[in-house]
Design a protein around this ligand. Sequence first.
Ligand SMILES: CC(=O)SCCNC(=O)CCNC(=O)[C@H](O)C(C)(C)COP(=O)(O)OP(=O)(O)OC[C@H]1O[C@@H](n2cnc3c(N)ncnc32)[C@H](O)[C@@H]1OP(=O)(O)O
Length: 214
Amino acid sequence: MKVVIIGNGGHSKVVQEMVIRQGYSLHAILDDKYEREQIIDGIVYAPLSSIHKILDQETQVVVAIGSNMVRKRVVSKLKLPGERYLTVIDPTAVVSNSAAVGYGTVVMPKAVINADAHIHDHCIINTGAVIEHDNLVWDYSHISPHATLTGNVTIDEGVHIGAGATIIPGVKIGEWSIIGAGATVIRSVPAHSKAVGTPARIINRSIGAVKDIM
Ligand SMILES: CC(=O)SCCNC(=O)CCNC(=O)[C@H](O)C(C)(C)COP(=O)(O)OP(=O)(O)OC[C@H]1O[C@@H](n2cnc3c(N)ncnc32)[C@H](O)[C@@H]1OP(=O)(O)O
């Protein structure tokens, strides 16, 4: 199967390697840093506006952009049906048979997703992250390397959990909130907040909603 990757920054590099390791054919990398189409080593590099020319029935797409808001903006613009997005799960990740992983979500090496966890669309489950049983992770969230969501945690849309953070059982993180690297979150965090430290304290309650920047 042919794969088109959108975005060519640091996160994309990792996704490109995962896609190639899994035997997919990397057909094109689209990024607006390219002004025109060019082919290098058989891969098409082109601006995002080329997508509809490049897509055919056998092509699937991954939006490999690390910013949750920008990822959402690009997916909203493309208006492709969900099934056109490839779900990329590294073979070294452990994903329970009772867990669900949505369209366009990327599960990096050595991540663990346990029983009855439900990860929605266009999320990043980064290297070595642990998503325990009965978690609910909504669209466009990013769980950074080695972060741990213990049992029954809810992560609303667009949340970024920083590297190595731990969220204790039953806690909910409201949409578009950011949890700092290494934080220990022991109480639910409202939407559009930034929380850091152990135990985590809120340092900002007014992170812009995605609609404000789209
Ligand atoms: C493969 C990859 O790279 S995946 C990407 C993974 N990325 C991450 O894990 C990054 C997570 N980001 C962070 O931890 C950031 O520090 C953020 C988002 C929490 C805060 O960033 P900013 O809004 O720029 O905050 P800023 O740096 O101004 O700090 C504000 C205050 O919070 C404190 N603070 C910031 N981050 C942390 C943290 N992780 N833990 C504890 N305190 C922190 C600062 O010391 C400062 O405190 P002060 O006001 O008493 O001086």
